[in-house]
Design a binder for this molecule. Structure first.
Ligand code: SF4
Length: 171
């Protein structure tokens, strides 16, 4: 039974991607962005373990959930565990948004030595990428905290070989 180290969950959210979403906040983040809204998620020793099975049960309980979001902390610090959860979410026919302090390009580079990072990324539909930069804070862009962050269409980006941003009408 795979265990994920998580900081918490939100059962119903409309601010972490389109539609009603189940959000899993992973525990542990190396980025330490100034002004981070989730500082309790930074400590790799903190949080609690939760099994994939338990999270899937919770997701299945709510019929209005349309997708699942992996948020931070840094999900790509636990690529195998989140990849296992991604498999189950895909089986439920739901889409996956993943937040990362790494940019798409940094994740591709990281994936050259850690294939499990690429594996997780490829299972996600949209990557909200990059560190939170407080001097670029915005409330105007959907699902992002600062203007440097992008909504990356993961599948199209792997097809083309460079980061493709999601079209506004599909956000
Ligand atoms: S990457 Fe996200 S969770 Fe990590 S410090 Fe930056 S804003 Fe906070």
């Amino acid at each position: 039974m795979t265990q994920l180290k998580i900081s918490g969950i939100i059962r119903e959210s409309i601010v972490d991607g389109p539609g009603m979403r189940f959000v899993v906040f992973c525990q542990g983040c190396p980025h330490r962005c100034e002004g981070c809204h989730n500082p309790q998620t930074h400590d790799f020793e903190g949080g609690n373990y939760c099994s994939t099975e338990r999270l899937v049960e919770e997701i299945k309980k709510d019929p209005i959930i349309k997708g699942v979001t992996f948020s931070g902390g840094e999900p790509f610090c636990q690529p195998e565990a989140f990849s296992g959860l991604a498999d189950e979410v895909i089986k439920l026919g739901m889409n996956i948004y993943v937040y990362s302090g790494y940019t798409f390009e940094e994740l591709v580079e990281l994936g050259k030595t850690k294939p499990e990072v690429t594996e997780l990324l490829k299972k996600c539909d949209v990557l909200v990428d990059g560190r939170y930069e407080s001097d670029k804070r915005t409330l105007a862009l959907p699902f992002r905290g600062s203007t440097n962050q992008r909504l990356i269409d993961v599948k199209k980006s792997f097809e083309t070989g460079y980061a493709v941003e999601l079209q506004a009408d599909s956000e």
